[in-house]
Design a protein around this ligand. Structure first.
Ligand code: ATP
Ligand code: MG
Length: 302
């Protein structure tokens, strides 16, 4: 079963030129099973409310993520996109409502069940999340050693396979401090797929990258999703780059889903909020300022 999860068949299908791990079973049973389940939702938020202390982030969020799709979750900085990901991963608990992932209500799970569920989720973190004292190779090998009992030679092959998929096999021996921002993002992506997850979450995958690197990352997200038969969630404020790869978009604002729709419809939307976001216009319903007391009061001039 475990060997089958590490088939590499999807990588080959995508023309990603993988190394065949020694001793692994190359059947495609898992991929076939995944594709057969595509009509079910992999994530559901039902009337989710959440606050950090008195700072209310979500009042009533409802959304569904169908299997097999690449879904974008967009919103202004501070609207709660990373918080939404933490709720999916069970790092945070909603005050009310339910977060269901792969049929399990995340907020009801015990520690062991939650860890088992997380094992099927890959995350690319907004802040990078690489271990600074470990090489690129070791950063990828670490979760495999922690979460599986695979022999070292297979782990080595798998690490090289994942790095090859993101074009960085040649960077295996570099330290994170020796990587450019775009390379680090790609290593983060390789690590997100290290354990062959069913659901991959990307938090701001395009932030700080040049246009070519953005395209490389966007193409990787799309190709890996379709070739591996997984589901991907792209959390981003970058509408231009996100809309090139996602199938469906949710917009978060004021603690709720403010708008949603298939990518083509979103691009042509006349809704003022969606238009402002998609076109990056400075004026519109999305405010520039974090909520605060009146400016004059802070400066004590009124
Ligand atoms: N651990 C925390 N404790 C208290 N407040 C937090 C915490 N994390 C985030 N917040 C607050 O919650 C709000 C949403 O933060 P979050 O990081 O989810 O936003 P975001 O949409 O991901 O923003 P960005 O686009 O800048 O990454 C912000 O107002 C932030 O200050
Ligand atoms: Mg964020």
């Amino acid at each position: 079963m475990l060997a089958c999860r590490f088939t590499g068949a999807g990588y080959l299908a995508a023309g990603l030129n993988v190394v065949r791990p020694k001793g692994s079973d190359y059947t495609c049973a898992i991929l076939t099973k995944r594709r057969a389940m595509h009509n079910a939702n992999i994530v559901e938020f039902s009337h989710v409310a959440f606050a950090y202390g008195s700072n209310r982030i979500f009042s009533d969020v409802n959304l569904t993520i169908p299997r097999g799709k690449v879904v974008g979750i967009m919103g202004a900085s501070g609207s709660g996109k990373t918080t939404l990901m933490r709720l999916m991963g069970g790092q945070l608990q909603p005050q009310s409502g339910n977060v269901t992932v792969m049929g399990r209500v995340v907020n009801d799970l015990g520690r062991d069940e939650l860890f088992a569920l997380r094992r099927k989720m890959g995350m690319q973190f907004q802040q990078g999340g690489l271990f600074t004292d470990l090489s690129v190779f070791e950063n990828l090998a670490f979760p495999m050693r922690e979460k599986t009992r695979l022999p070292e030679d297979m782990i080595s092959d798998l690490v090289l396979m994942k790095l090859n998929a993101v074009g960085l096999r040649g960077a295996a021996d570099l330290m994170p401090s020796e990587l450019s921002g775009g390379m680090a993002r790609r290593v983060g992506l390789a690590r997100a797929i290290a354990l062959d997850p069913e659901l991959i979450m990307y938090d701001e995958p395009f932030a700080g990258l040049d246009p070519i690197s953005c395209n490389v990352i966007g193409n990787l997200i799309r190709t890996l999703n379709d070739a591996l038969g997984v589901t991907s969630i792209v959390v981003s404020y970058d509408a231009v780059e996100s809309l090139k790869v996602v199938d469906y978009v949710y917009f978060i604002a004021d603690g709720v889903v403010a708008a949603e729709g298939p990518t083509a419809e979103v691009k042509d939307s006349q809704d003022p909020f969606v238009r402002q976001f998609v076109r990056g216009e400075p004026d519109g319903p999305v405010p520039f300022h974090y909520p605060s007391d009146p400016y004059g009061a802070d400066l004590e001039v009124i």
